[in-house]
Every structure is written in C-alpha cells, then in structure tokens.
Design a protein around this ligand. Structure first.
Ligand SMILES: [Zn+2]
Length: 153
C-alpha cells in the first residue's frame, strides 16, 4: 500500500503543517482520487482565504479520507520519512513526541542546557534520540503530495 494516506494521517494527527498548507495538500489528494466534496472544497479555496474560513474545512475534508490510525512508533517512522535534513528531522521528532506516546519524554529543541538538568527532557546527545534521528525510512509517496506536505512543515 502506498504511504500517501499514512503520511497525511500522521501530519494531521501531530499538527505538523500549517493550516494554510492544507489546500495544496488537498489538491494533490484530489488529484490522486481521494476524498469527496469537502476535500474538493478545501482544494479549491483561494489564496488569502482567512484562517476562520479555512479552519472548519480541514476536519471535514480529513474525515472523508478514512485516515489510518497508526501505532506511535509507525507514525514516527512515517513523520521522519518526510524529511532528510538533520535539523528538520530533529524539529519533526520534537513535535511528534509532544503528541504521541513514543517513550522518549520531551525533546528540548531550543535549549540544550535545560535538557541536561531536566529529568523529562532529552536533547540531541541522548542515545535513543540519536538512534531515532539516524533511522532511515523510505516512504512510497506521490512526489507532488510529498512536496505539498514538506512545504507546509
Ligand atoms: Zn524539561
């Protein structure tokens, strides 16, 4: 099975992309034959549509996709598969562990001195974090959808 909907599911669940990135993502999903009227409506919104107009469209469009509910470790693998750059991977990891129970506590993305004193937070030098960041996961994603998703990160 292609990873398109799995990637969208993880991005939606972890809030990895901005609200304004969703119309472009929706347009690619429509092009791939997904969704129904709500997704098509989201795909068609004009640039400059206000936040309050856009906000209610996203959940109804996502509801049409029948997104899979991935286990946390699988969701993390998919999220990290979206980005190559080490700093982007670190930022994505930080956001995923805030939402999903990955078992690495919190990541301190900004202040490494805090992580060294805090019993909960971990930084880049933590071995488990380093292993996660080094792990490679190739996703089978439509290239346009991948570009739309990563542009919104
Ligand atoms: Zn802390």
């Amino acid at each position: 099975m292609r990873d398109d909907l799995r990637a969208v599911a993880v991005v939606a669940r972890c809030g990895l992309i901005g609200l304004d990135a969703w119309p472009n993502v929706a347009a690619h999903l429509v092009g791939l034959g997904h969704g129904g009227d709500a997704l098509a409506e989201l795909a068609a919104v004009e640039r400059g549509t206000t936040w309050s107009e856009l906000e209610p469209l996203v959940p109804s469009a996502l509801a049409e996709l029948g997104l899979p509910d991935l286990p946390p470790d699988e969701a993390l693998r998919v999220a990290l598969g979206l980005v190559e750059d080490p700093m982007e991977r670190w930022a994505v990891l930080g956001r995923v562990v805030d939402v999903l129970p990955i078992g690495v506590g919190r990541l301190e993305v900004e202040i490494s001195a805090h992580a060294q004193d805090c019993p909960v937070c971990r930084d880049l030098d933590d071995p488990q974090v380093r292993d996660l960041l080094r792990s490679r996961s190739a996703l089978d994603l439509d290239s346009g959808l991948r570009a739309a998703l990563t542009a919104g990160l």
